[in-house]
Design a protein around this ligand. Structure first.
Ligand code: C2E
Ligand code: MG
Ligand code: MG
Ligand code: MG
Length: 280
């Protein structure tokens, strides 16, 4: 039985933004006051280790509690926020909130837990992104190794604002950097050679395609690349025990997906963090 959390988790009220010009304008207007009105909330999805049988991290996923529209998912408003230049303020709020939350959970005894959060391309336009992140973890007394920043391949490819240099600085500071949705962009693998990222996240489209055989050329290729570079792997979008078993057989130990847990509000996430993952 698959837990269908994503589907009814929030409304995709404007899937084709262009076709809904009016709605798009509404989002844009409302978005400007969302931060001040405290309408954003982070949900946390567990990342589990099969071999260690525990939750080893959480990914922070942003939601917008809209007064009329209900809970709005990030795919609807992050692109708008980027366009209207609001993403920097939102990312700062996400960073601050996630670090504060991790500090709380660390104080409650979960001091091995890692926090992962998503950054947008524009975040790297910011001259002081590295300073902002290191200041934040310093303030909350979070070891650098417990924070992981997820970026996409396309951000690495168009290196106009020195993304690579900033990634290197983050890694030198001990902060984790993950390539999100790995293998779905138009990337040449060459960038991996220049970038000391610590984690490759296997995109859920590859996990969805696992067909029950204990072999899969794409997953094997990705785990091979990760091993070669000394990077860790996280598989996302695991919805069935069978997918988890296949991933394990192919050398992937850490995974996240609806099978193990939905993105949850902080208090609900806490009870999952302390419990043993579902058996596969
Ligand atoms: P992502 O970082 O690749 O996040 C994974 C997405 O897959 C999440 O959708 C999550 O709810 C969904 N997911 C997790 N497990 C499963 C599963 O088993 N099956 C299926 N079908 N889906 C699963 P969500 O929360 O809607 O986020 C979508 C994207 O929005 C994220 O993709 C990320 O790129 C972006 N995003 C989320 N939060 C933030 C944020 O704080 N800042 C920025 N810049 N982007 C964010
Ligand atoms: Mg992500
Ligand atoms: Mg992803
Ligand atoms: Mg994604």
């Amino acid at each position: 039985q698959v837990k269908r959390c994503g589907k009814n988790n929030f409304r995709f009220f404007a899937p084709e933004l262009n076709a809904h010009h009016q709605e798009r304008i509404e989002i844009e207007n409302d978005l400007r006051s969302a931060l001040d009105r405290n309408q954003f909330e982070l949900y946390y999805q567990p990342q589990i280790s099969l071999s260690r049988q525990r939750v080893v991290g959480v990914e922070a996923l942003l939601r917008w509690n809209h007064p009329d529209k209900g809970v709005v998912g990030p795919d609807t408003f992050i692109p708008v926020a980027e366009e209207v230049g609001m993403i920097g303020d939102i990312s700062r709020w996400v960073l601050e909130t996630a670090c504060q939350q991790l500090a709380d959970w660390r104080a409650a005894g979960f001091d091995e837990l890692k926090m992962s959060l998503n950054l947008a391309p524009h975040d790297f336009d910011r001259e002081n992104i590295v300073e902002m992140v290191t200041n934040c973890i310093g303030h909350y007394r979070i070891p650098a190794s417990k924070l992981e920043l997820e970026i996409t391949e396309s951000m690495m490819m168009q290196d106009t604002v020195g993304v690579a240099a900033k990634v290197r600085e983050l890694r030198q500071a001990g902060i984790g950097v993950a390539i999100d949705d790995f293998g779905t962009g138009y990337s040449a693998l060459a960038y991996l050679q220049k970038l000391p990222v610590s984690v490759l996240k296997i995109d859920r489209s590859f996990v969805r395609d696992l067909d029950g055989l204990m072999t899969n050329p794409i997953i094997s290729a990705i785990t091979g690349i990760a091993k070669g570079f000394g990077m860790q792997i996280i598989a996302e979008g695991v919805e069935h025990a069978q997918q988890a078993r296949t991933l394990r057989a192919l050398g992937c130990d850490v995974m996240q997906g609806f099978f193990f847990g939905c993105p949850l509000k902080a208090d609900e996430a806490l009870s999952l963090i302390g419990s043993t993952p579902r058996a596969v």
